[in-house]
Design a protein around this ligand. Sequence first.
Ligand code: FAD
Length: 550
Amino acid sequence: MKERRSASVGIIGGGPVGLCLALDLAWRGIDVAVIEQRYPAEPPSVKCNHISSRTMETFRRLGLVREIRDAGLPHDYPNDVVFRTRATGYELTRIPIPCRRDRYMSKAGPDTDWPTPEPAHRINQIFFEPILFRHAKQMAKITLLNRARADAFDQTADGVHVTATDLDAGNTFKLDCRYLVGCDGGRSGVRRQMGAKLAGDEVIQRVQSSYIRAPTLLNLITPPAAWMSYLYNPERAGNLVAIDGREKWLIHNYLLPHEEDFEAVDRDRCIRALLGVGSDFQYELLAKEDWIGRRLVANALRERRVFICGDAAHLWVPYAGYGMNAGIADAMNLSWQLAAHLNGWAPATILDAYERERLPITDQVSRFAMKHAAGAIRERTHLPPEVEDDTPAGAAARARVGKAAYDLNVQQFACAGLNYGYFYDASPIIAYDGEAQPRYTMHDYTPSSVPGCRAPHLWLSDGRSLYDAMGPDYTLLRFDPSVDVSPLTRTAADCGLPLAVLDVRSREAAPLYRDKLLLSRPDQHVAWRGDQLPATPRELVDLVRGATVG
Ligand SMILES: Cc1cc2nc3c(=O)[nH]c(=O)nc-3n(C[C@H](O)[C@H](O)[C@H](O)COP(=O)(O)OP(=O)(O)OC[C@H]3O[C@@H](n4cnc5c(N)ncnc54)[C@H](O)[C@@H]3O)c2cc1C
């Protein structure tokens, strides 16, 4: 590797968050270098299995969505979440989720009426990350430095200088960049060197996790199959995830509070108890993936020219499938602000918005996930002893447990609030108008045009998605074509702020958008709205490009 390299933005960590950040920055015209210790295209461990709808909207914009949607489970493999006593035991309840063949059309299921052009997608990280890697490799603005370990950085007034080791050659090299982003996961060295501290709950749940190959299991399960199966019986509780829809499975064994040592718990016995199979059942252990569910959030996301995103900034129990997805949301927030500054239309002060917007959301999501985890732990540790009995009392117990499981878990598997409901209510670059944003929960989302919210999605009269029609940067939506917006477009042009104007014709608009005009940011959050332009458009333009941040 060359002794000295440079890029506008350096990224440490080429996991899903680092690669998404690199792809979005490059899409916005910024050159980046990614330092990653793994081999090129080396698959990650089998962790994340869910790409949220909001993340899929991002992949749609970046032109990756078709390839990602086509990967993972077979196209007709059910994406349902099922609750059973054991994998081969009684079914307690089922949350229907369309398979990927039917994903855009199906109306059967609690997440099929969502206001989005891109529903969620169930796919394991081992299939999805290599797609990101392939695209990143093809982009001229991205330099991927694999088999390199970032060791330290120092900051000067105009840049950050990273010292890294070439893991094959054994020598060190330097990466000079204007900004550095640590996407280096839960053990983040960048976070540590920044001096940020994680705080929260160290242990919520220990999980003994095994990646197995079991070619006969699918035939032993009463159809229809499921993408994820929660397994609750008086002996053990766990969770089984279909990885390839044929023979590979990830099985989580939820350890009891006194089972603190992963290796002291008989893995094989627990796997057989969860699957409901005897000693004659054959399977191969491909990898041990044990993990601890936590709720930890960093107290800072930035130190001058250095930022952190993703697991480097927050770790929580993977309820609602919202670890990686929350990290990608961080990256998309930071990316457009960095690009705005590096492309010359926003001063460096715009970068103050990142921490002020994302840190409160991070804390909220971590608490939603923890509250849900506490409910799930309560549910599975208070099972009626007769739940597996072939008697009327057993059937009644299964119906009760099934209903409670559905009511609790539909919130995490149809988490519209987490996807679209979060809003930025204390941002220095949003023009608030006094109306409060609607409350959201993990599950509940109320579309709203209040500044700070995600601009509600709608279908245009020509059949296009509103988001496909918006520009890459700021977009002024005009719902009444008679309003003259030229004072704002002229001012934006004078300041170099890229602004597209989109006349919206759609019958869906009236109940969603209160005002005749709305300014949407590059990340589709509302920056301002009104029936007429402000008296001094320059003040609005300066606010949204961060020129007034104190
Ligand atoms: C069992 C389980 C299930 C999960 N399911 C979901 C789910 O369904 N949905 C979801 O959204 N999330 C899920 N998550 C969470 C998700 O896996 C993580 O949030 C996600 O991987 C974080 O991505 P990241 O890019 O921030 O970090 P990582 O994936 O940890 O990537 C960090 C990268 O940085 C590299 N790196 C670290 N230090 C250095 C260094 N010094 N130099 C060079 N490279 C370095 C590492 O090699 C790694 O590639 C789950 C987690 C678990 C444990």
